[in-house]
Design a binder for this molecule. Structure first.
Ligand SMILES: N=c1c2ncn([C@@H]3O[C@H](COP(=O)(O)OP(=O)(O)OP(=O)(O)O)[C@@H](O)[C@H]3O)c2ncn1[C@@H]1O[C@H](COP(=O)(O)O)[C@@H](O)[C@H]1O
Length: 109
């Protein structure tokens, strides 16, 4: 496993462990306790902050905000019982399939 893939694996294990941790001692546990709407709100906020950093042309800020955004999407996956491998498999399935071709092949627009 690559070092990067290992980071993802380690983080997912941490997120899983936070399901039984105290919300007073863990940010992730506090998000789980607040529930899906709060997790989704965080993703909305981090998306907006990512957009602002990109529009401002701030490379370091953009990397920081992308990390926040990725992190909160990983919290969502964990909350919903989805493993990043499932998303990676979907991306693998799409690899080499042109987005334009895929769109043209849809039965509904
Ligand atoms: N990678 C992260 C990570 N990235 C960002 N954050 C937190 O996400 C929050 C981002 O919110 P904002 O930027 O909006 O800052 P804020 O205004 O203070 O946040 P709110 O008050 O609105 O919630 C901050 O509290 C960050 O500290 C993270 N919190 C945790 N992790 C990882 O998750 C693990 C478990 O964390 P705990 O559950 O807190 O132990 C940690 O060991 C880390 O590996």
């Amino acid at each position: 496993m690559s070092e990067q893939a290992q980071i993802l694996q380690n983080l997912m294990e941490l997120l899983e462990s936070r399901k039984t941790a105290s919300p007073d001692a863990s940010y992730v546990s506090s998000l789980y306790q607040k529930g899906l709407d709060v997790v989704l709100k965080k993703i909305g906020e981090e998306s907006a902050e990512t957009i602002i950093a990109a529009k401002n042309g701030e490379q370091d800020a953009l990397i920081y905000e992308l990390a926040d955004l990725w992190f909160h999407t990983l919290v969502l996956m964990s909350h919903q019982g989805i493993h990043p491998d499932q998303v990676l498999s979907e991306l693998q399935r799409r690899l080499g399939v042109s987005g334009l071709e895929e769109k043209a092949g849809r039965s509904t627009s």
